[in-house]
Design a binder for this molecule. Structure first.
Ligand SMILES: C[C@@]1(CC(=O)O)c2cc3[nH]c(cc4nc(cc5[nH]c(cc(n2)[C@H]1CCC(=O)O)[C@@](C)(CC(=O)O)[C@@H]5CCC(=O)O)C(CC(=O)O)=C4CCC(=O)O)c(CCC(=O)O)c3CC(=O)O
Ligand SMILES: NC(=O)C1=CN([C@@H]2O[C@H](COP(=O)(O)OP(=O)(O)OC[C@H]3O[C@@H](n4cnc5c(N)ncnc54)[C@H](O)[C@@H]3O)[C@@H](O)[C@H]2O)C=CC1
Length: 242
């Protein structure tokens, strides 16, 4: 199975997870953390899912999947809204993607068939090669995202690598990314010169930015910034600009 890696923007998009067991829970929670509007369709859910349903962060249709579920997704609240008036009213929405994660192969196949009919993205947990995408293991540090895929060959190895990367990638990467992002905005604000910028970023990164942040050597960071970029760039002033 060969795949094309992408980073999908799911913010505020309606995403449906069919099946609220261990696997459905993992997929729904990640979608939620990435800002999607998530609806889980499943007669039963795990306690972890139940708690985000109770807090209103994920919606739940407590029943078996029906073939029309993806056409107009009823935005049924799992609990009444604070006013109590509109809670549970169906609000039409376009489903962006669906993940079939039940333990029933024919149900997962029916979800895929329903997705195919309307041309939306579908991932199938038990028959991954039949669907449109698979999910990688993931480490995030602020806006830094590192993912691991084994092209479906060994999810257990993906998990192992994720744990190794987690141990290797400390909070210094989040701070470094914030700093480099602020620096990039400032340089781009002064004009577009990709070749010159490339050299300057490499000097900062290859000059030891990451270990200096890890060790809290802020004086040395400022010296590195001056060497690589000239006067007027300090850790504090760049971080203040965020
Ligand atoms: C193809 C894919 C489709 C998809 O789900 O998108 C898929 C499919 C399947 N996984 C199965 C089993 C396991 N899955 C895990 C764990 C994870 N699985 C994840 C992704 C993927 N799993 C996609 C490919 C990813 C890639 O390319 O590497 C991770 C990375 C991400 C996530 O799910 O969030 C997450 C680790 C998260 C983390 O910890 O960081 C473990 C390990 C464990 O739990 O300890 C086991 C048991 C051990 C083992 O089997 O390896 C089975 C049942 C096989 C059977 O019948 O026995 C199938 C079905 C099949 O292969 O047919
Ligand atoms: N992709 C992955 O990472 C992995 C995939 N798998 C596969 O994923 C599938 C699910 O695994 P688990 O979550 O561990 O199973 P599980 O047994 O914990 O959960 C299954 C869920 O599906 C729901 N369900 C059953 N019939 C349904 C229907 N008609 N409509 C809607 N929901 C329905 C159940 O209520 C339950 O919540 C299995 O087929 C397994 O082969 C298993 C491990 C990892």
């Amino acid at each position: 199975m060969r795949s094309y890696p992408v980073n999908l923007h799911v913010q505020d998009r309606l995403c449906v997870v069919v099946g609220g067991g261990e696997v459905g829970t993992r997929k729904a929670l990640r979608l939620m953390r990435c800002g999607a509007r998530v609806t889980v369709i499943s007669p039963v859910t795990t306690p972890a899912l139940k708690s985000v349903i109770d807090s209103g962060d994920v919606r739940w249709l407590p029943r078996a999947f029906q073939s029309g579920d993806l056409i107009v997704q009823p935005d049924t609240a799992s609990k009444p809204s604070p006013e109590g008036a509109d809670g549970g009213l169906p609000v039409p929405g376009v489903v962006f993607m669906v993940i079939a994660a039940t333990d029933q192969a024919p149900v997962n196949a029916a979800v895929l068939a329903a997705a195919r009919r309307i041309g939306i993205l579908c991932s199938v947990a038990d028959q991954p090669e039949t669907g449109d995408f698979t999910l990688p293991a993931m480490v995030s540090r602020g806006d830094l995202i590192v993912t691991v895929s084994t092209s479906g060959k060994s999810p257990a190895l993906a998990r192992r690598l994720r744990k190794d990367l987690e141990a290797q990638l400390g909070e210094e990467y989040d701070i470094a990314l914030k700093l480099l992002g602020a620096l990039r905005e400032r340089l781009l604000g002064e004009g577009h010169d990709p070749e010159a910028h490339k050299v300057r970023f490499r000097r900062v990164i290859d000059g030891g930015l990451i270990p200096l942040i890890r060790e809290g050597r802020f004086g040395d960071i400022d010296r590195l910034l001056t060497e690589a970029l000239g006067e007027g760039y300090t850790f504090e002033s760049l971080m203040k600009a965020i």
